[in-house]
Design a protein around this ligand. Structure first.
Ligand code: SF4
Length: 402
């Protein structure tokens, strides 16, 4: 089947579901990587790998949904010592922290907390745009949009139109997990089937809000269900063209209710396969993101040779993976070094994948590598000597928790 797939890809033809499953199960990993790199080079500048300076704070960790893979939430209605819900000014302080570290994107999400009034959501978008025009609000996953529809009495379309009117132009892809009914019934039954996520993104694209398509794999799904996920997002992209990128990451087990039910963690081999398969299968996506954060820095570097053209964000603040015991930090200098070491030229991008600034290419390693004193892989605790203060940050304004 590989030679048929290869010939189809080289002719620019679309793959079938059976061919997608073959990529995930039987194809040679290195051949897959080579072909995915070739397709990536047709879509984006093959010399450039982009990244975004961003933070990923949260406005509440109270939630009613009880996803089995989530270690982040505290049960809504049961006050917890470490539970929190920020008000508008609390969110603006997070925006101010993001500005101090040079962020151009703030990916803000929260649990589904019915105690939060509808006005809060539009207020934080409007205020963020007014006070921090240099930062794009990349706020609210699809389940949060459903929560807003519930508290406001508006339709999904009505909620998204109000957010657009407040200034929102970009929506993160969280809450997709695996878009397959059987999987969602097992790991996040209260979120509903694939259509609940797809409806939000379809309507977002129709009102003029771009979004990312994400996927969290490595738990109870089968390869066919990963391809089903690909089919859903490829179909919606055909319909609207509103996705900027595809962003897969693996499930992190620590402290989550289904930890014991998932005996094997998905490692780098599966990650490269998923990434390359997505690049070949999702023929209408321009960008595929490799994540240093979730899969580790060295894995992230190699992923750039499996079809990815983007290295994700700096994620100067992150709490969801942290709750599972997964800790990973970086600096802008380190991200650029990792990209150069992989043989590419780093370029800072904005939320919608426009290039902000192209840096020096791999040849700069000779004189810049001494600016990156440490190379820290994914760890539960940072070494004491790791910089406590990030570029652009003032003493005492440390945004990284813990
Ligand atoms: S993943 Fe999101 S919706 Fe699910 S329990 Fe966690 S915070 Fe709630």
């Amino acid at each position: 089947m590989w030679s048929t797939i290869e010939a189809k890809i080289l002719r620019g033809e679309r793959l079938t579901s059976a061919e997608g499953v073959h990529l995930l199960t039987d194809a040679s990993l290195l051949e897959l990587g080579t072909l995915a790199s070739e397709v990536r080079a047709r879509k984006t500048d093959p010399r450039i790998v982009t990244y975004v300076i961003d933070t990923n704070p949260n406005y509440t960790n109270y939630c009613t949904v009880d996803c089995h893979f989530c270690a982040f939430y505290r049960k809504a209605g049961r006050p917890a010592a470490d539970g929190y819900t920020h008000d508008v000014e609390g969110v603006m302080r997070m925006m101010a922290d993001a500005r101090k570290v040079g962020a151009t994107t703030v990916l803000l999400q929260g649990g589904l907390n019915p105690g939060i009034p509808w006005a809060f959501y539009t207020d934080i978008v409007r205020e963020a745009c007014r006070r921090y025009p240099e930062i794009m609000p990349h706020f609210f996953s699809a389940p949060e949009i459903h929560q807003m529809a519930e508290v406001s009495g508006l339709t999904i379309r009505g909620v998204l139109e109000a957010l657009y009117e407040a200034g929102q132009r970009s929506l993160p892809g969280g809450g997709a997990e695996i878009l397959a009914t059987r999987v969602r019934r097992r790991i996040s039954v209260k979120k509903g089937g694939p259509e609940t996520w797809l409806d939000v993104h379809r309507e977002a694209h129709r009102v003029g809000i771009k979004s990312t398509a994400t996927m969290m794999y490595g738990h109870v799904e089968t390869p066919a269900e990963i391809v089903e996920h690909f089919d859903y997002i490829r179909g919606l992209q055909d319909e609207t063209g509103g996705f900027t990128a595809f962003v897969p990451w693996s499930y992190k087990r620590g402290n989550t209710p289904m930890e014991a039910k998932v005996p094997h963690i998905a490692g780098a081999n599966v990650y490269f396969r998923v990434l390359a398969a997505s690049r070949l299968y999702l023929d209408n996506f321009d960008h595929v993101q490799a994540t240093w954060f979730s899969e580790g820095k060295k894995t992230g570097q190699i992923a750039l040779h499996f079809g990815a053209d983007d290295f994700g964000g700096t994620l100067f603040e992150e709490n969801v993976h942290l709750a599972t015991g997964h800790l990973n930090r970086t600096t802008i200098a380190e991200i650029e070094t990792l990209i150069r070491e992989s043989g590419f030229t780093p370029a800072q991008r904005d939320t919608l994948y426009g290039i902000v600034k192209v840096s020096e290419g791999p040849s700069a390693l000779a004189h810049l590598s001494s600016d990156v004193p440490l190379f820290v892989e994914s760890l539960r605790e940072l070494p004491a000597e790791y910089p406590a203060q990030l570029e652009g940050e003032e003493p005492g304004s440390h945004v990284v928790p813990g």
